[in-house]
Design a protein around this ligand. Structure first.
Ligand code: GLN
Length: 390
């Protein structure tokens, strides 16, 4: 077992004794889940999957479908059209709350049920089948394999989904849903009933982590701007009325579902997923939360602690026939230009006045416009032999 898988295995043993909470029962079919199931998976930048526990066990995706259907709606309609129908503010309320913005009737965000139903209603297509085809294609591309609906869970949710139906009727009364309420709600129930494994969820998370490109299949699934928008909303709203404390403790965009799945995204690093059906009072997996919190600590994934890669650019200094070359690689952020400027100033002091120094920025994987502007400006005050190659 490789050391990272061993770390995950240790974690499995650590959280297994947590037996508080209970599987969801309001969708009768979910109440039949084996509460002891437990699995984790992590997917890294080259698509390497590490998973432990009940990794092949399938469960319905439930609310974890919401960010991915949001990604589809954003891709099809654009951000403004989506925001016209659903907000981007944490609601501070339970996932099934009947809380709509005064006057507009807009749901607070696409991660609570009302907002998710409004988002699903934006997906293009004439009827349920058309829309589901697009949804299944998108979620399958995120997961890197073909997903399908658990018809028993779908039937169970549809038979008992009065609250979601009521929410959808309210949304239509405000003009948030413009078409058929039935199509919107039944499509939503079907998207929630897609079967996934913990491994699928980790691959889906990793596709968001790497800017919309699935690192296992290598395919671009959504635009980088779409992945960023989805992650932003997950960061503030993904864990319902626990989202603030989650961000404080774990520091990662995440999404949970009532069947016990949970995924979290460490941008440019990992996609992570956990599965354990016992839920806390917020409807989030008890062991899933404990596991991802510990993982975030052990792997140093909290987004709001210092990460040096942007402020300390990777560089090598080479002596060549045409003088000294400072070769930049990786990502150059605005803050990183301060380090390069400091190196250049040192070189000005120690080298003879007519020295040739080239900063080669042509191999940078990623630059930000402000970084290049700042870097170019440094050369205005440098000796003539100092130049920037872009
Ligand atoms: N299908 C579920 C519902 O609408 C999804 C809720 C959830 O996973 N939090 O109630």
């Amino acid at each position: 077992m490789d050391p990272i898988t061993a770390l995950l295995d240790d974690l499995l043993a650590e959280v297994r004794p947590l037996t508080s909470g209970a599987p969801a029962t309001y969708i009768p079919e979910l109440a039949t889940a084996d509460p002891d199931r437990l699995a984790f998976a992590v997917v890294g930048p080259r698509g390497r999957v590490r998973d432990v526990g009940d990794t092949d066990h399938e469960f319905t995706i439930q609310s974890i479908s919401k960010p991915f259907v949001l990604a589809l709606a954003l891709s099809e309609r654009g951000r403004d059209a989506v925001l016209a129908k659903v907000g981007a503010e944490p609601s501070g309320e339970p996932f099934n709350a009947i809380s709509l913005e005064k006057h507009t009737g807009r749901p607070a965000n696409p991660m609570v049920n009302a907002g998710a139903i409004a988002t699903t209603a934006l997906v293009e297509g004439a009827g349920i089948d058309d829309r589901m085809t697009r949804i299944v294609e998108t979620l399958s591309a995120f997961a890197g394999r073909s997903l399908w609906v658990d018809e028993d869970v779908y039937a169970s949710e549809s038979a008992t989904g009065d609250r979601n139906r009521a929410l959808a009727h309210l949304l239509r009364s405000h003009g948030v849903i413009e078409g058929s309420v039935d199509i919107a709600v039944e499509t939503y129930f079907r998207q929630c009933s897609l079967l996934v494994t913990v491994r699928d969820l980790a691959v889906m998370a990793s596709t968001l982590a790497f800017g919309g490109v699935n690192p296992v299949t290598g395919h671009r699934v959504v635009a980088e701007t779409v992945a960023r928008d989805v992650l932003s909303i997950m960061a503030s709203c993904g864990m319902y009325d626990f989202s603030g404390e989650w961000l404080l403790r774990v520091g990662l965009p995440a999404k949970s579902g009532v069947s016990g799945g949970l995924l979290a995204v460490a941008p440019s690093q990992f996609g992570v997923a956990a599965f354990s059906p016992r839920l806390d009072a917020h409807g989030n997996s008890v062991r899933g939360i404990a596991a991802v919190e510990t993982l975030s600590e052990r792997f140093g994934m909290h987004l709001l602690e210092p990460h040096e890669s942007v402020s300390v650019p990777a560089l090598t200094v080479e002596e060549t026939d045409s003088g000294r070359v400072v070769r930049l690689s990786g990502e150059l952020g605005f803050a990183g230009t301060e380090r390069i400027a400091a190196i250049l100033r040192e070189l000005v002091e120690v080298l003879p006045a007519d020295s040739s120094v080239t900063v080669d920025a042509s191999d940078l994987g990623r630059t930000h416009p402000a970084a290049l502007i700042a870097l170019r400006a440094e050369f205005d005050s440098m000796p003539a032999g100092f130049r920037l190659a872009e």
